[in-house]
Design a protein around this ligand. Structure first.
Ligand code: CP
Ligand code: NVA
Length: 324
């Protein structure tokens, strides 16, 4: 069966551990896994702009022995001149993997439905699951075991990052607290999915408008832009709505003494986060950005192995490293 990665819960708790273990090993052995040897081509399609995602997927696919084919916004017929289902069927006959950054989550689901090669969500309006793999690896590197740790997210609590923190955090057994203003909190559907997964992993879900309470002794503190891609017209209004949820020194004073700060970047200093915090001693955002490369390589190798699309040597190496 072809495996896809469209939202954070597409990996079981056990599989999430496998991908993180594999990423850790592949970081120390950057060219040991040639899951895309040939070279096989991977399509990396962008309907929105990007720095990290473009660079990390391009570099990662090349390091796996493959050829990254980057398609920039507006370059393909996809979505306007040609249906998603037809595009999926054509691409899957020529490439070994599809990575897509787009708007609607349902479009990614349609792509996956018609593709016989793995499809990876590299950001949609609803989720940013590749980012969360990088975030969890970064937290594991700095704080050890994820299970039981408190992860607090402040700011636009209805965006893709908030949803992914909630789902991926509980998938890893964490105590996740999402804080934002009324009207900008995760949907009932996302909260329900998080609670169901938390019941399996021992994670916890808190959604609140009380930033102070959410920050209390938090081990991990995260935020994201108040103006996501596609919301540029609402910038002035949104800066006002989210002002009370800024990640600044006062907010950090409430967190645990050794708390780490995450931000997926790009960051708007002076808006959702102050320079003092992002450049301060708690910040691990540069490790987080680097880890995008390692986790996505691991994810690609893992998906190809699980989809029975990898050569014997890749299968052997991946299986060994992921259970280490
Ligand atoms: N964090 C992240 O996805 O960055 P880009 O938008 O630059 O890819
Ligand atoms: N929430 C942001 C994340 C950018 C990586 C956006 O969607 O623009």
């Amino acid at each position: 069966m072809t495996r896809h990665f469209l939202n954070d819960l597409d990996l079981s708790p056990e599989e999430l551990g496998q991908v993180l273990n594999l990423a850790h090993w592949m970081r120390d052995h950057p060219y040991a896994v040639k899951a895309l040897g040939g070279p096989q081509t991977a399509a990396v399609i962008f309907d929105k702009t990007s720095t990290r995602t473009r660079v990390s997927f391009s570099a990662g696919i090349a390091a796996l022995g493959g050829n990254p084919l980057v398609i920039n916004p507006g370059e393909a017929q996809l979505g306007h001149k040609e249906s998603i289902s037809d595009t999926a069927r054509v691409l899957a006959r020529q490439v070994s993997l599809i990575v897509w950054r787009t708007y609607a989550q349902t479009d990614l689901e349609e792509m996956a439905q018609y593709s016989r090669v793995p499809v990876i969500n590299s950001l949609s309006d609803d989720y940013h699951p590749c980012q969360l793999l990088a975030d969890l690896l970064t937290v594991r590197d700095h704080l050890g075991e994820l299970r039981g740790k408190t992860l607090t997210y402040l700011g636009d609590a209805a965006n893709n990052m908030a949803n992914s923190y909630l789902l991926a955090g509980v998938n890893a057994g964490m105590d996740v607290r999402i804080a934002g203003p009324e009207g900008h909190l995760p949907s009932e559907e996302v909260i329900r999915a998080a609670e169901e997964r938390a019941a399996i992993t021992g994670g916890r879900v808190t959604v609140t408008t009380d930033a102070g309470a959410a920050l209390e002794k938090a081990h991990v503190v995260a935020t994201d832009t108040w103006v996501s891609m596609g919301q540029e017209q609402e910038e002035a209004q949104r800066r006002e709505i989210f002002g009370r949820y800024q990640l600044n020194a006062d907010a950090m004073a409430k967190a645990a003494d050794d708390a780490v700060v995450l931000h997926c970047l790009p960051a708007y200093r002076g808006a959702e986060i102050t320079s003092e915090v992002i450049d301060g001693p708690h910040s691990v955002v540069w490790d987080e950005a680097e880890n995008r490369l390692h986790v996505q390589k691991a994810l690609i190798a893992w998906l190809l192995v699980e989809s029975e699309r990898a050569d014997e040597e890749t299968v052997r190496t991946v299986r060994q490293a992921m259970s280490a």
